[in-house]
Structure formats: C-alpha cells, structure tokens
Design a protein around this ligand. Structure first.
Ligand SMILES: N[C@@H](CCC(=O)N[C@@H](CS)C(=O)NCC(=O)O)C(=O)O
Length: 215
C-alpha cells in the first residue's frame, strides 16, 4: 500500500480525507494519532517533522508527504482523477471550493482543540462558555452555508453528484451533533447529510468505524 493516513477518528479534517480515499477506492494504511493522550501525539518530535503545524491529517504517498486536508484532497483529485471531486467548469469548481472554505476557514479553525484549550487556559472560560463559543461559530457558519447552497444543491451540495463540498460538510455536521446542535434547523444540509450517510464511502470513513475509535 503506497498511501498512509495519519488520522484521529473524531477529527473532522481527517474524516474529510478518509471519505476522499474511500470514494476513490484508494487503499491506505491507517496510522492513529491520539490528540489527547500523552500530551497529544500530534506534538511529538517525530510527527511534527511530518506536520509542522502539529495537526492531523497528514497523508504520505510513497516518499511524498502532505498536510492540510484541502491540499490533500486536491492532490488526490489530480493524481487519481476518477471519480472527480472538483467537478464541472471553472466557475462550478470555484463554487465548490467556496463551499469547502466556508467550513475549512470559516468554521473548523474556531473550534479546533488548540483554540479551545487556549481559551480555557489563558482566558479562563468554563465548559459552558466553551460550548457557547463553539455553538455560536458553528451555527453562523452553517447558516451561511445553507443559504449559499440554496441555489446549488440537489441530493448533494452541488446537484446530484458527490463533490468535495460534501466531504467537508458531513464531518462538520458530525461535529455539530457532538455539541448537541439540532442540525435539522438546516433543511438542505440535513437532507444532504442523510443522503451521504447512506453511501459506502461515507460509512467506511465514519469516526465510529476507525481502528482508534473507542469500542
Ligand atoms: N486546516 C487544517 C486543520 C487541521 C486541524 O485543525 N486538525 C485538528 C483536528 S480536526 C488537530 O489536529 N488538532 C490538534 C490540536 O489542536 O492540537 C486541515 O484542514 O488539515
């Protein structure tokens, strides 16, 4: 197997890449990086040489290694284009990227573990305030996405084909549900979620199915 993925079962960014690998039927070796145990395995010297930001995911392809889930998914889509994740003409591809970025830079960084730990350690926020911070940012991001997708979606984010946008959306909704948010408030997003969660690639990539998920 030429591909290895350094992943944490519950990490939404790892989940995005796992769906891409499954959707393209790429075999890979799963290397668990536990984000909480032993001070966080992402912080070890060995791993931080592979991923200088000390985050998951990291993908290796033979002697090539890459971090940042967007860069990884774009690489996979160029190296193994079938089935394609950035579909359509230049305008449609840009819109797909726009949807991805609404999550990738608009939501996920605000609720990343390191950010939440910093808010607790340096700004002394408690668990309730932490949840409020996360919920506020996730809700406003999802509302923006719901409204943006109204002129694009069908069974999936863009019409009736899977695109990269679905790979970013489904893990973010999984995360929202972890924080007990009611995602049925977002009619299209929750419909797309249901449709995707029936597909084999999304099922196999789900956090519960990973080797490092608690039994
Ligand atoms: N933009 C990066 C974000 C990666 C990221 O934030 N990963 C999280 C898990 S989803 C992480 O490793 N957090 C570890 C930490 O905050 O210490 C990507 O898309 O790959």
């Amino acid at each position: 197997v030429d591909f290895k993925l350094y992943s944490y079962y519950r990490s939404s960014c790892s989940y995005r890449v796992r769906i891409a690998l499954e959707y393209k039927k790429i075999q890979y070796t799963y290397i668990p990086i536990h984000l909480l145990q032993n001070g966080g395995e992402q912080n070890t010297e060995g791993y931080s040489k592979l991923n200088t930001k000390k985050e998951v995911p990291t993908l290796t392809h033979q002697d090539f290694h890459l971090s940042q889930s967007m860069a990884i998914i774009e690489y996979l889509d160029e190296a193994l284009p079938k089935p394609q994740l950035f579909l359509g003409d230049a305008k449609q591809k840009a819109k797909i990227r726009q949807a991805c970025e609404l999550i990738n830079s608009g939501i996920q960084p605000l609720q990343n573990l390191r950010v939440l730990n910093k808010l607790a350690s340096d700004f002394k926020i408690d668990e309730l305030q932490k949840t409020k911070w996360v919920v506020d940012h996730v809700q406003s991001g999802l509302a923006a996405l719901e409204s943006f997708l109204s002129s694009h979606s069908g069974q999936f984010c863009f019409g009736d084909s899977i695109t990269a946008a679905d790979l970013f959306l489904i893990p973010q909704l999984y995360n929202a549900e972890r924080y007990k948010m009611d995602i049925t408030l977002y009619k299209q997003l929750s419909k797309i979620n249901k449709n995707c969660l029936q597909l084999e690639s999304f099922i196999k990539a789900h956090p519960d199915q990973q080797p490092d998920a608690p039994k």
